[in-house]
Design a protein around this ligand. Structure first.
Ligand code: FAD
Length: 390
């Protein structure tokens, strides 16, 4: 029989949630093994827009209730980590933009009035004009109003690379996962037949959590998937833009982030309302046509005649909740030695780790001595989605 490996914490899923938690645990002296069945970051994480929200967007529909929401503190915590003096040393991770912008293309609509009246936003938003405008909006034909939010935008591939470095020898490529039981007590997992014992097992496998739970014979917590149909545009004529464009409704009409391709061109990644229900119902060609119309209406001075277009279907995985209200905190469910959760946002990975650490502290889970790990088959870091599509 294969000799069991042992570790303090066995993490399943190498997206931002698992990798961030792993790095924090290691920094606190815990031994960890993180199992990834595909590529690190290749689930939702690298397909995200990389915005480190402080919650301002949610004030648009009154969902942000104020200081109790973990999200309000996220930009500060990420900034400190990026500067190398926070809870993790993320120095070297590329910051794409020091701010995210809110952009109202026409006159102030009703929703934006209540937005500025909201307590969550007061004092955190400044109007910008002229040469302070994002480069893509610096055009004499631009008529709207632009507000700067104290939120960051990160290059997620460089974040995933850095978090993988912080994982040192603890990463394991593994496909098949079965429970390791003592009696009816879960004491670890079999990964591709290799038993690994752990004090605690954390499932942070994004949409993979549902299948893992059913493999462990559990049906709680329930998961929901929220489909999106994103659009990508690549052209030598693009300039950086990181902004939510406000429409009449509570959700941004379009959210644009800009990502560096390896050939030096910029790629615009378009989400927001464009990528939600109606966008999901469109086929890729219709979705590209809808995006071309939006950009033509909003930014008519941008020459997109030679642009390359692609769409990406991706689901956000979250805990099931009534009314599809978006949580502004990470979610963690506990079942003895098993913890399972979703950060619900990339920005909330630190909050996810906080919740796991709080559970360990409450239960007196401490680092223990373990034999050194053998060389483990290591998962690779994912390729950026814009390199795969163009
Ligand atoms: P994932 O990144 O999905 O990682 C899960 C990992 O688990 C994957 O690598 C997967 O391969 C692995 N896995 C699955 N099953 C198994 C298994 N059985 N065994 C081993 N490994 C397994 N959030 C923000 O804060 N800002 C944004 O701008 C933003 N934009 C977004 C845009 C889009 C289009 C989408 C889809 C999401 C966006 N999000 C954003 C949300 C954010 O991406 C997610 O909340 C976050 O990345 C989830 O991280 P995760 O680690 O839980 O999941």
């Amino acid at each position: 029989m294969t000799q069991a490996l042992s570790t303090d914490v066995l993490i399943v899923g190498g997206g931002v949630a698992g990798l961030w938690l792993n790095a924090r645990l290691r920094r606190k002296g815990f031994s960890t093994i993180l199992v990834e069945s595909a590529t690190l970051g290749g689930g939702q994480s690298v397909k995200s827009q990389g915005i480190i929200h402080g919650g301002a967007k949610y004030a648009l529909h009154g969902a942000l209730t104020g200081a109790s929401e973990a999200i309000a503190d996220m930009p500060r915590r990420w900034r400190e980590a990026l500067a190398g003096n926070g809870e993790l040393d993320l120095s070297g991770v590329r910051l794409l933009s020091d701010a995210h912008y809110l952009w109202s293309p026409g006159s102030l609509a009703g929703n934006i009035t209540s937005f500025f009246a909201s307590k969550a936003v007061r004092g955190r938003v400044d109007q910008v004009k002229g040469d302070q405008l994002p480069p893509a909006l610096q055009n004499p034909r631009f008529k709207g109003k632009v507000y700067r939010l104290a939120e960051l935008v990160l290059d997620v591939p460089s974040l995933i690379r850095r978090l993988s470095e912080l994982a040192a020898d603890g990463l394991l490529a593994g496909q098949s996962i079965e429970p390791l039981l003592e009696g009816d007590k879960l004491v670890g997992l079999h990964i591709d037949g290799q038993p690994i014992r752990a004090q605690r097992i954390v499932l942070s496998a994004g949409r993979g959590n549902a299948e893992l739970l059913s493999r462990l014979g559990l049906n709680q917590p329930a998961q929901q998937l929220r489909p999106l149909h994103m659009v990508l545009v690549k052209s030598p004529n693009l300039k950086p833009l990181y902004a939510h464009c406000l429409g009449g409704g509570p959700k941004p009409r379009i959210t644009v982030t800009t990502h560096p391709a390896a050939d030096g061109q910029w790629v615009w990644y378009l989400g927001g309302d464009l990528a939600e229900a109606d966008g999901v119902a469109r086929d890729p060609q219709q979705q590209i046509a809808a995006a071309q119309k939006e950009l033509g209406d909003l930014l008519p001075w941008v020459d997109l005649s030679t642009a390359q277009w692609a769409t990406l279907r991706v689901d956000r995985a979250e805990p099931a909740q009534s009314g599809l209200v978006r949580p502004d905190n990470a979610f963690l469910h506990e079942d003895d030695a098993l913890l399972v959760g979703w950060p619900t946002k990339l920005a909330l990975a630190p909050d996810f780790a906080d919740r796991v650490l709080a559970a360990f502290e409450r239960d007196g889970v401490q680092p223990q001595q373990h034999p050194a790990l053998p060389d483990l088959p290591r998962p690779t870091v994912t390729t950026p989605v814009w390199e795969e599509l163009f």
